[in-house]
Design a protein around this ligand. Structure first.
Ligand code: OXK
Length: 397
């Protein structure tokens, strides 16, 4: 076996980011992912205004659709739907991220597909889930971050509500969905039956809010914004140096003592305001002021070197140009260079899970719209003549 999921066939009906990211992850781990897109336009991200590579490809589309083959089907036509059903007969997993109700209208909902293939694992990603008062609403990452509470705790105290810089609701919905799919596949190995997997951006965003909800339930008060600081540990935040900021995470007694030793501030651990972690959290602003007073005497790099030598977890704040060029990033294969047929060399993020026996890998760049339509139709038993007829009636592209 070369790849962990090489025996898994996934039909990817998803669009934009959360669903495509989930399916790409399965593809990175070796699944045969077949992206099924509408004829003519494809996934909205192909067209969306956004960053274009020199020959016109959407950078965002390429970023979440590698390791997939592509077929374009008009699921509103009978022939297109029948073609999809043939793919379902041979597939293990279907993933969709339509607005709830759309899959049923298209005839690709779970009850319909289960009739064709009772082993199918059917995963849905939606804004708010398949049940509950908001289930019929469309959803985006921004809305989930707002309504879950994430925006109320992001940003500086006293500042405006802020969205996380990366779409955490989308990405975590994709990740939770992948965990759900793999769990359902393991369960199917024992029972022979598939099941539905229901994940949403909203549930995922709330599920990430571990410290925040534990604070709410422990204190009875909704937590507020803390900038870069931690809710229950101190010192643990970005602190100013002579030329910038350094993030310092000295959130146990040993690390706290070492930090004070490197800063040559032995009076701080003796100060009763800072005696225990609870005291330090309570007096966090004063503590940050004390630490900043010393940290401002040297540059970020100098402090980082001294503190790392003492084993204190610290790091400078960098932009993506810096992090992507870091030798450590490259050593961990977290930036890959792939060959695209029209764009030449394109960069892509590496896979953050390293499997020792069946390592994940990138086998192909994102497909063009309908790039593998013919080969996939042939695999479902269609003759060249039938393929021509399907294409002529607009059922496939
Ligand atoms: C993303 C959306 C808001 C986009 O809304 P819409 O543009 O209205 O798309 P919908 O899903 O409702 O439906 C798309 C329409 O395309 C039709 N459709 C889709 N595929 C096909 C094919 N293959 N053939 C024919 N027709 C098709 C489908 O029937 C619908 O038409 P009709 O049948 O005629 O209605 C919604 O899909 C949604 O809430 N999705 C779930 C959550 C999600 O994944 N959100 C985006 C995460 S990314 C994100 O947040 C971010 O990047 O930021």
């Amino acid at each position: 076996m070369t790849f962990a999921l090489e025996n898994l066939t996934v039909l990817d009906l998803t669009q934009v980011m959360a669903g495509p990211y989930c399916c790409q992850l399965l593809g990175d781990l070796g699944a045969d992912v077949i992206k099924v897109e509408p004829v003519g336009r494809g996934d909205a991200t192909r067209q969306a205004t956004g960053h274009r590579l020199p020959h016109g490809e959407s950078a965002a589309f390429l970023a979440v659709n590698r390791n997939k083959r592509g077929i374009a089907l008009d699921l509103k036509s009978e022939a297109g739907r029948e073609t999809f059903y043939r793919l379902v007969d041979e597939a293990d997993v279907v993933v969709e991220s339509f607005r709830p109700g759309v899959a049923a209208r298209l005839g690709v909902d779970y009850p319909t597909l289960r009739e064709r293939n009772e082993r199918i694992v059917y995963a849905s990603i939606s804004g708010f889930g398949q049940t509950g008062p908001y289930s019929q609403r469309a959803g985006y990452d921004l809305i989930a971050q707002a309504m879950s509470g994430i925006m109320s705790v992001t940003g500086d105290a006293g500042g405006p509500p802020t969205k996380s810089g990366v779409p955490v609701a989308d990405l975590s919905a994709g990740l939770f969905c992948a965990v759900g799919i793999l769990s359902a596949c393991l369960s199917r190995a024992a029972t022979g039956r598939g099941q539905a997997v229901d994940t949403s951006l909203y549930d995922a965003a709330l599920a990430l809010s571990i410290w925040e909800t534990s604070e709410l339930w422990a204190t009875g008060r909704a937590p507020g914004r803390l900038g870069s600081a931690h809710r229950v540990n101190a010192p643990y935040e970005a602190l100013p140096t002579r030329d910038g900021h350094l993030t310092i995470g000295a959130n146990n007694e040993r690390l706290w003592q070492r930090l004070c030793a490197v800063l040559e501030r032995p009076e701080l651990p003796a100060d009763e305001r800072f005696a225990t972690n609870t005291d330090r959290v309570r007096h966090r602003v004063e503590l940050a002021g004390e630490l900043a007073r010393t940290l401002r005497t040297r540059d970020t790099e100098e402090w980082a070197e001294l503190l790392l030598e003492a084993g204190v977890p610290v790091g400078p704040i960098r932009d993506y140009a810096q992090s992507c060029a870091d030798p450590h990033t490259l050593a961990r294969e977290m930036v890959l260079e792939l060959e695209h047929p029209t764009e030449g060399t394109v960069r892509s993020l590496g896979v953050p899970v390293k499997l020792s026996g069946t390592p994940a890998g990138v086998r192909r760049v994102a497909p063009g719209l309908g790039e593998h339509t013919d080969e996939l139709l042939r695999a479902t038993g269609r003759s060249d003549e039938e393929i021509r007829a399907l294409r002529a009636e607009g059922a496939v592209e």
